[in-house]
Design a protein. Structure first.
Lengths: 145, 77
């Protein structure tokens, strides 16, 4: 797929980093401010889509990116379930137990397992949205040539 | 027979909408101390109802698998 003109490329080089950092902020502060895992994941996927659309890419590079992103998505889903199951091993035998210490309300490191959940679910959602976008572009390229 | 059960239920059940706030009161009352998070929505979604959130993440993975399968079959002609 063809890239865009040089003005668009330079603008997205300036902006895409800030969008990525804002997405990480929304995910990590999921237990203090509104947002959380799902909304932050979509913001991070938006920054990746912006870079891909502005710079274009030939067919082989897109295929390699897609095969790497499916691995990231599967690993994030497995880690969500591993954290949920490890409530069995520590403390009382409850599925989804909140076993890490709950600190002072309002600090960044508090609320037990919740920040870890937010980070892994956000990574998985970002990878999912990016995979759907890439597979639609690859379908268009394959059926054209 | 349906009319008999209808008349019994009108007299003995609560007013429409009153009994649905019982669970909400139990969730909100001690949520900040029990989960330790300042955001009540995240505390309910990930701590009290964590099973449903795990199911939702799995549904997202299934949707991605479905999209990949359909587009691979249609692409190779």
């Amino acid at each position: 797929m063809k890239g865009m003109t040089i003005i668009v490329k330079k603008t997205t080089q300036l902006i895409a980093g800030m969008i990525f950092m804002y997405g990480i902020y929304v995910i990590v502060h999921g237990h203090l401010t509104p947002g959380g895992g799902f909304a932050g994941g979509v913001v991070i996927a938006g920054s990746f889509i912006l870079v891909t659309l502005a710079n274009g890419g030939d067919f082989m590079k897109l295929l390699k990116e897609e095969s790497g992103t499916t691995i990231v998505e599967s690993l994030a889903t497995i880690l969500v379930i591993v954290i949920a199951v490890s409530g069995f091993l520590f403390g009382t035998k409850i599925f989804f137990n909140n076993f890490l210490p709950k600190g002072i309300v309002g600090h960044l490191v508090s609320a037990g397992v919740l920040p870890l959940y937010n980070i892994f679910v956000g990574t998985e959602v970002a990878a999912s949205i990016f995979i759907i976008f890439l597979s639609l572009i690859i379908f268009k390229e394959e059926s054209k040539g | 027979m349906l009319l008999y059960f209808y008349s019994v239920s009108i007299q003995s059940l609560d007013v429409l909408g009153k009994s649905s706030l019982r669970m909400a009161k139990h969730y909100i009352e001690g949520a900040t101390q029990k989960t330790g998070s300042a955001n009540l929505v995240t505390g309910v979604v990930f701590d009290f109802r964590g099973y449903d959130t795990m199911g939702e993440a799995v549904v997202l993975v299934t949707a991605v698998l479905g999209v990949l399968t359909i587009l691979r079959i249609k692409g190779k002609k």
